[in-house]
Ligand binder design. Sequence first.
Ligand code: MN
Length: 328
Amino acid sequence: MSDLEPRGPQAAATAAPTVLGGRGLVGAQPVRELLAPRETALGGSTVVRRLLPNLGRRMVGAWCFVDHYGPDDIADEPGMQVPPHPHIGLQTVSWLHQGEVLHRDSLGSLQAVRPRELGLMTSGRAISHSEESPRPHARYLHGAQLWVALPDAHRHTAPTFEHHPDLPHVTAAGLDARLILGELDGTRSPGTTYSPLMGADLTLTEGSDVRLPLERDFEYAVLTMDGLTEVDGVRLAPGSMLYLGSGRTELPLRALADGSLLLLGGEPFEERIVMWWNFIGRTDEEIRQAREAWMEGSTFGEVHGYDGTRLAAPELPALPLKARGRVR
Ligand code: MN
């Protein structure tokens, strides 16, 4: 039997979230912290709202980067155009609700990623890739770009790209949960993971009132993609991210309108990391070496077929980069 049963008619009181908290310890307890987005221009016509890393809150499990974009009308725009660029030490998840992104990488992959399909790239020790809206493309583009930090034991692994078009679902009254990574209620994504974590795309119909089973040892956050929902009593509009802390065995969700959420969770990531540009390492020296290798054209291979020049790395700061933990 599933834990995903309707909660019944009782109304949850609306709870007030903490705004931009997270400067303290994570603590093994449930919290409700609203993370404010920061707008950043990406390639092409795409402006993203960056939710992780955020002021005071850098990670949720091994999830270390969350950008939300759209829905954008790109009928007369180039859409997303991110030229070839390198990565080390992480996995990227391209997750769409509308539109299509064409992925190319230095392994020779050429893959269209469509709504609710998993495009999972494991950079391991070195990879380069590009992402673009195909031409012609659908009118609307809406999605999220997510990164997962690789633990030290796996970050030098060989690069791979996986495409999983048919992800498993968990369903309950008013809920359809698609597993992006990891497991929910006994159903598991085929995507390769390297630390205990999960990600799910939750579609809720108006009026649904459910409790999702959670792992007590995981910390969690939700990102609202569409609609109006109450997560543990906090009302969330699209583009909002609510950090939930840990120590929870279930999560109350109510849909005030049809909508969808991304649920991200994982064991708190205890390693200190250096995150700069598209690199995740452990030391300043490692990041400087990766930048130099990219700029001189070694190590990261070639991306073929992208119509444009590859990205140049920005200048490094004069002071050494410092390894940081999951909270500032
Ligand atoms: Mn990338």
